[in-house]
Design a protein around this ligand. Structure first.
Ligand SMILES: [Fe+2]
Length: 210
């Protein structure tokens, strides 16, 4: 985390708010990855992703995502929130459960890594937006980076595949015949669940009709 802090300080975007969000990503997204090589590779990737990942609002139009993600650092916050709910959601993916219905740690590792990677290249300097293709753009950067860092090809490609498909039925090239992998589903659902604009009715306590 110190290395990332130095990068963000140097870029002039480190402040108290971003510090708490980065700490939260470490607590809920990075440290729970049990595979040390995967954890280190995701941490290293955060040193090369566009700075926009740390500063951007989650929704360009403001029509998606709840309001607390449509502010500075909002994309980053949405990733933290997805990482927070992912281990709980993992308990509802049958293919990754053991006989006692406990999810495999390997699946959670891959899911957390793919969640972080998936939104890392939504935007680039020069106001370039990658739209619904951002999971693939991120995977195209992640794959050579992770292989060069010495991460195994299987692990690298599983994270890449889940990044490409993290928008589920809205992923590029999705058709009704596309079968999403269990890891892609593990990434997709927390991503959706934490980005619904309707969440404001619940968490801003405005659902009650007076
Ligand atoms: Fe995304």
């Amino acid at each position: 985390m110190e290395e990332l802090q130095r990068r963000l300080e140097k870029a002039g975007i480190w402040d108290d708010e971003l510090e708490w969000r980065v700490r939260a990503l470490w607590k809920y997204g990075i440290e729970p990855i049990s595979d040390p090589k995967l954890r280190a590779t995701v941490g290293g990737f955060l040193l090369v992703v566009p700075l926009e990942f740390y500063t951007d609002h989650a929704s360009r139009s403001g029509n998606f995502h709840p309001p607390w993600q449509n502010v500075a650092h909002g994309t980053f916050l949405s990733i933290v929130e997805s990482c927070i709910v992912l281990p709980g959601w993992a308990r509802h993916i049958p293919e990754i459960l053991d006989a006692r219905k406990n999810p495999s740690q390997r699946a959670i590792d891959l899911g957390l890594a793919a969640t972080i990677v998936s939104d890392s290249w939504k935007k680039e300097p020069g106001d370039i937006h990658h739209g619904t293709d951002h999971g693939r753009v991120a995977a195209d950067h992640w794959t050579p980076f992770a292989l060069a860092a010495g991460l195994g090809r299987r692990t690298t490609m599983k994270v890449a595949e889940a990044s490409v498909m993290h928008m589920g039925v809205y992923a590029p090239d999705w058709t009704p015949h596309t079968k999403l992998s269990p890891i892609a589903r593990l990434v997709n659902l927390p991503d959706v669940a934490t980005s619904l604009p309707q969440l404001k009715l619940i968490y801003r306590n405005v659902a009650v009709i007076r």
